[in-house]
Design a protein around this ligand. Structure first.
Ligand code: C6P
Length: 423
């Protein structure tokens, strides 16, 4: 364990694992060779979306140049090839998450759609007046608004687990919120604006003790740590391909087969049916029941390649590297006078969210952009988190597998420049 300003920083992966040298992977990402505003690109906006390795780009090109066709429909060769690759990608994701069966892997547009699917389908069927849904104080809007909409429609109540000043959940408060009224718990695994890794195993065990299923928002955990949905025993798990070095417009909802089976379809249309007459429609089996219409075929296949790529390097090694960078970045930022780190949980991943004196985060972002450094500024779709810390916005550097200590140094130099410009 390392220490910054007397504060212990616990690593995301307790296992001792050999971190890798990021120069080994940087060559795989063509965009990183880009010059932006006359400076080499320093890409520190990985929580928003990560860059794509050549292998993923090649897959997209190969798909469109050699086998583009609709899936599950045609008898012709291209359709068979595309179907085989798309279903092959599903099997890769199943292995990646260690789900029991391929039919538990539903392709969606991303985390947002995955959560909306559960709120619309599971929520509408199983949540009613007087019931309660529990979320946390650090949710992304996509894990707040769908539940608010559902609760409003059903006369149910949304309960929120509060957090402390470090951005850690108050688990005693969670215990108090749980009751037989709790019908679902939906929690972010890793916070996008604070970097906190939540104690999801404990959250799940406690929710199950009152009979409530748990959805994990895996948007920020999936790219940074190995996830085993069976070991976690979560009931639903949603993530986005584009944060996992895969294409945009595709993501995954994992659900336990028994739950998915009991849920009504989310959307109606082609592919989600076995037969249709004007009198009655028989729905398709899992997972197709939830995949109405032509999906993002290239995206799904590209996500399969991203999974192969990440697995080839090893998530433990990626996490070890990012942890090392997080410790280094936390220490370097602490040296800057007037910088306030937002999100100082003991257990966190590579998110460095901060304010700097009274400089508006957008101004910080603009100065850094002139230096070729990409970060995100704003509320990061977590307005309640900003409110909790009494700030309108933060500047956020978020780390990926290809980032280096030299890039953290460039960030610090850029922040010195911002201080110079705005002091
Ligand atoms: N966070 C960020 O810059 P989509 O847009 O569906 O791929 O992911 C939504 C989402 C859900 N949960 C969490 C924890 C997230 O971080 C995100 C996306 C990006 O932090 C864009 S707002």
């Amino acid at each position: 364990m390392s220490s910054v300003n007397g504060k212990a920083i616990q690593r995301a992966t307790p296992k001792v694992t050999q971190a890798f040298d990021p120069s080994q992977v940087r060559d795989d990402f063509p965009i990183l060779k880009q010059v932006v505003n006359g400076k080499p690109l320093v890409y520190l906006d990985n929580a928003a979306t990560s860059q794509k390795p050549q292998a993923v780009l090649d897959t997209l090109l190969r798909y469109y140049t050699t086998e583009n066709a609709n899936i599950h429909r045609g008898v012709h060769t291209l359709s068979a090839l595309a179907t085989e690759d798309y279903e092959g990608a599903r099997a890769k994701v199943r292995r990646f998450l260690n789900a029991k069966e391929d039919r538990e892997i539903v392709f969606v547009r991303g985390t947002t759609e995955g959560i909306n699917l559960v709120a619309s389908s599971y929520g509408r069927r199983f949540i009613g007046p007087g019931d309660e849904v529990i979320i946390t104080a650090m949710e992304h809007h996509s894990n707040i608004v769908p539940w608010q909409m559902l609760c409003e429609e059903k006369g149910a109540t949304l309960r929120v687990i509060p957090m402390n000043d470090d951005g850690e959940l108050l688990m005693d408060e969670y215990d108090k919120l749980l009751s037989k009224r709790t019908k679902l718990v939906s929690v972010v695994y890793v916070s996008n604006s604070l970097g906190t890794i939540n104690p999801v195993r404990e959250i799940i065990t406690k929710a199950h003790s009152v009979g409530a299923p748990v959805l994990l928002d895996g948007a920020q955990s999936t790219p940074h740590m190995a996830v085993d949905v069976q070991a976690l025993d979560c009931d639903f798990y949603a993530f986005s391909g584009h944060k996992l070095y895969g294409p945009t417009g595709v993501g995954v909802l994992y659900g336990k087969a028994a739950l998915l089976d009991a849920m009504p379809p989310y959307q109606g249309g082609g592919d989600m049916i076995k037969s249709v007459t004007f009198a009655k429609t028989i729905y398709n089996d899992l997972p197709y029941k939830f995949e109405a219409g032509t999906p993002n075929i290239a995206g799904g296949i590209g996500l399969g390649t991203a999974v192969d790529y990440v697995t080839g390097i090893g998530l433990e090694r990626i996490a070890a590297h990012e942890d090392e960078l997080l410790v280094y970045g936390t220490k370097r930022l602490a040296e800057i006078e007037g910088l306030r780190l937002i999100g100082t949980a003991k257990h966190k991943t590579g998110i460095l969210s901060f304010t700097l004196k009274d400089i508006h985060p957008h101004d910080i972002g603009t100065v850094l952009d002139q230096e070729g450094i990409a970060i995100r500024t704003g509320h990061h779709c977590t307005q309640p988190v900003m409110e909790r810390f009494g700030i309108p916005a933060t500047a956020r550097a978020s780390l990926g597998m290809y980032n280096t200590k030299a890039e953290i140094d460039a960030l610090v130099l850029g922040l010195d420049k911002a201080l110079e410009v705005f002091s």
